[in-house]
Design a binder for this molecule. Structure first.
Ligand code: FUC
Length: 776
């Protein structure tokens, strides 16, 4: 009923918007460009606006007619400041808390730890918006005659475009965020000379805006830890520009270019100097030069992967209609995949902070969960597509962040809170290096760094870059492993895993269990996820040490700890993998976190062929948990079902994600907006088509029946391979493997495998039987 009413509303031929009325909206055709989101009306809400970003600067483009709004971000603009938040009482409380947990006195342990082991203080501050830029039309369009309205985002160019005609004049506004020049550019053109007239203003709470030098608008502000600035330079073609009341006025121009620069003092720069020099450089290039270099740079990354999952008659519908009416359209899945790649390029470029909970796009002064860096799933999920989707350099900001922001503080926390060597991160952090337990007792979760360390190791596996392994990945892994060696304790007599090494204290992120006596707790020892994360960390550290030929004694120590680690357990009651050390009842059986599936994904401890019993247990766990959850939870389940090689179930979760957890602009809906689901969903699609975590390049491991015929080019596999695939009627037609480092390659398709030597730069074409096809 509601659906029908909505579709009638959206099919209506005229739509009112502000003072302007859009006529003939349904006559407007889909834009050119294979990878384009498009809409028939301006964004009314933030989650309808379209994102552009260059890793440092971001903008949400609303596409308004008479008062355009660009909501701006700078990735380093955060509230807060550097602090030592360690709590000297923690170490003293630790043995007592451990004892209480081993004795099953969870309540007492929770109370004691809550009082003594939290960070001091235990909260981080928010990532904040840079402000809003408004372009108010000085000659508002005639209320009756706005036609041909369309706004779009071309993922392949990295350009947001709004176009419409009013009073016989066609206006076009393009917006892009150039990584080459570190600016956002707005370019307005009109089909009639002198038709461009705008008042340009900026707004932000706790900031000053001044017009300067006739054509520059300057916003400045100060937070506890930094100062910041945003500059807008207005460059009209013909016409005139003046300043009035803290705004710029552009009158009767043929065209208008706005160049936006921004800087903060986060890395010690002087924001004013930085903005001025950036603008000066960009201005010399002019709008055409800026655009050309931006598109070339953007395509260099974006075009590495192409994908075709099929299409239907609906595929060209406006994106919001397509998602609402046909969430299972295969073109939408492909668009969502490419959108994930686009968002990673927009929020995580080398030299910047990593993508936060909202990537780089946030309009709240106090964002949900501070738009911080959550490390109990979210930050890691952001980077799941980085390697497989051929954007390895977009992974680098995460490693910089680990080394430059987390490591030193993580060492201090390891020492002060646990008397341990190495480094530790708990369940969230910020750009100031917060590493102590946050928020509540569930923040006492000291396996964040251990999980993060999977990322630099995977970067090595995908790229084969041994220098990176030696200089950057290995020191991080070794430090996290050192911490774990010191943190692990032997479970005492009377516990189900007596004599084994366990974590204590421990959590299965944010989930609650019911003890035999009916009381509830989150706090425990040896939660399954910890054991899986440690298994992953120690296995990777041993492998890395072997490749590098270093630290034989340390490797032996890790190996013996691995052998003594408490085992994963299968529930006798349900046959599912146990989430906790005892087979507790779950307080919420459909909880969004399915942390104990870490060993299946993103870990590689559990695989259908290597550990069939555990894989079967995880299948039961997932089935019991159901197919719902928040955006990121569904996205994770796409990956999990793909790893279980059940393409149809993975596809079902993907459709659930698109249908129930996606906003009109395709942003992931936690709710509210949280970007992890976009990245997790993108990675999940790749995981359905190609896997390589077992040492085999597994072709089409989880192809759903919904995508019988298609192709993908440029996905990456561990071992430094790049893979193109084509399939028809649900069967592999051809695979082409480019070997970047000349490593030996094992390929799998179904139950068939084949191993062969490769040469660096060699291209190997295989048929469905995995025999070499012509053109090798
Ligand atoms: C974890 C999750 C929440 C949310 C938050 C940012 O705490 O449990 O669902 O994603 O991170």
């Amino acid at each position: 009923m509601l659906r029908t009413a909505l579709s009638i509303l959206f099919a209506a031929t005229s739509l009112a918007y502000g003072q302007a009325k859009i006529v003939n909206a349904d006559k407007v055709q889909a834009p050119e460009g294979k990878w384009t989101l498009w809409y028939r009306r301006p964004a009314e809400q933030w989650v309808e606006a379209l994102p552009v970003g260059n890793g440092h600067l971001g903008a949400m483009v609303f596409g308004n007619i008479t008062r355009e709004r660009l909501q701006l971000n700078n990735d380093t603009l955060w509230d807060g400041k550097p602090r030592d938040t360690t709590n000297p009482k923690a170490l003293e409380a630790l043995p007592k808390v451990r004892q209480l947990l081993f004795e099953g006195k969870n309540k007492e342990a929770t109370r004691l730890a809550g009082r003594n082991m939290m960070g001091s203080p235990s909260r981080v501050k928010s990532y904040q918006p840079l402000g809003d830029l408004y372009l108010k039309d000085l000659k508002p369009a005639d209320a009756k005659s706005v036609a041909n309205y369309r706004r779009s985002l071309d993922l392949d160019k990295g350009i947001a475009r709004t176009t419409f005609s009013a009073d016989g004049v066609t206006f076009t506004r393009e917006v892009f965020a150039s990584a080459v020049d570190d600016v956002i550019v707005v370019h307005v053109t009109a089909s009639r000379k002198g038709a461009v007239s705008y008042e340009i203003s900026m707004k932000r709470p706790n900031a000053n805006v001044k017009a300067r030098e006739g054509n520059r608008l300057v916003l400045t502000g100060r937070n506890p830890g930094l100062t910041f600035e945003a500059d807008v330079l207005a460059l009209p073609k013909d016409g005139k520009v003046s300043t009035a009341n803290g705004a710029l006025k552009v009158e009767n121009a043929d065209e208008l270019t706005l160049i936006i620069a921004s800087a903060t003092s986060y890395r010690g720069d002087d924001p004013a100097d930085k903005c001025r020099s950036t603008l000066e450089k960009a201005r010399r290039k002019g709008p055409a030069g800026l655009r050309q270099e931006h598109v070339a740079d953007h395509r260099r990354l974006f075009r590495r992967v192409s994908i075709d999952l099929g299409r239907t008659d609906h595929s060209t519908l406006p994106t919001d209609e397509l998602r609402r009416e046909h969430p299972d359209d295969p073109k939408l899945a492909a668009l969502y995949f490419q959108f994930g790649r686009y968002l990673l390029m927009g929020s995580s470029r080398p030299g910047n902070l990593p993508a936060n909970l909202q990537g780089i796009w946030n309009h709240h002064m106090k964002a949900p969960w501070n738009a911080d860096f959550h490390t109990n799933i979210n930050l890691q999920m952001n980077y799941w597509p980085a390697e497989v989707a051929n954007l390895a350099e977009c992974h680098l900001p995460l490693f910089d962040y680990m080394e430059n922001v987390l490591l030193e503080s993580g060492r201090r926390t390891a020492r002060v809170h646990y008397g341990a060597r190495g480094w530790v991160v708990h369940h969230l952090s910020d750009p100031w290096g917060f590493t102590t337990p946050a928020d509540g007792v569930w923040g006492i979760w000291p396996v964040g760094a251990a999980w993060l360390c999977q990322h630099p190791y995977e970067h090595y596996l995908f790229t084969g870059d041994e220098d990176f392994l030696a200089e950057r990945a290995y020191p991080l892994l070794k430090g996290a492993a050192l911490f774990m060696l010191d943190f692990l304790v032997e479970a005492p007599e009377g516990t189900p895993v007596a004599g084994k090494l366990v974590t204590n204290p421990s959590h299965s992120p944010e989930n609650t269990f019911i003890k035999e006596d009916g009381t509830r707790s989150k706090f425990t020892y040896a939660a399954t996820m910890d054991l899986e994360i440690i298994h992953d960390l120690f296995t990777n550290t041993i492998e890395a040490g072997k490749v590098l030929g270093v630290d034989a004694d340390f490797r032996a120590e890790l190996k013996s700890a691995l052998e003594r680690l408490a085992p994963l357990q299968i529930s006798k009651k349900t046959g599912a993998l146990q989430e906790w050390v005892k087979d507790y009842r779950e307080a919420s059986p459909h909880h969004r976190h399915v942390s104990h599936m870490f060993g299946l994904h993103p870990g590689r401890q559990i695989t259908p062929r290597g550990t069939p019993d555990l894989a079967e247990a995880i299948r039961k766990t997932l089935t019991r948990r159901g197919d719902g959850g928040t955006g990121w939870s569904k996205a994770w389940k796409v990956n999990a079902w793909a790893r279980l090689e059940d393409g149809d179930h993975a596809h079902k979760l993907l459709i659930n994600l698109l249908r129930g957890s996606t906003f009109p602009n395709l942003f992931d809906k936690h709710p509210p907006f949280q970007i992890d689901g976009n990245f997790g969903g993108c990675a999940g699609i790749a995981e359905m088509l190609l896997q390589s975590h077992t040492g085999e390049v597994h072709l089409l491991p989880a192809l759903p029946s919904a995508w019988p015929t298609g192709s993908v080019k440029g996905l990456c596999a561990r071992g430094a391979f790049e893979v193109d695939l084509a399939w028809k009627d649900g069967r592999l037609a051809q695979a082409t493997i480019l070997s970047k480092r000349g490593k030996r390659c094992t390929v799998r398709y179904g139950e068939k495998t084949r191993t062969f030597d490769t040469k660096a730069g060699g291209v190997y074409r295989l048929g469905p039987d995995l025999a070499f096809a012509e053109g090798r």
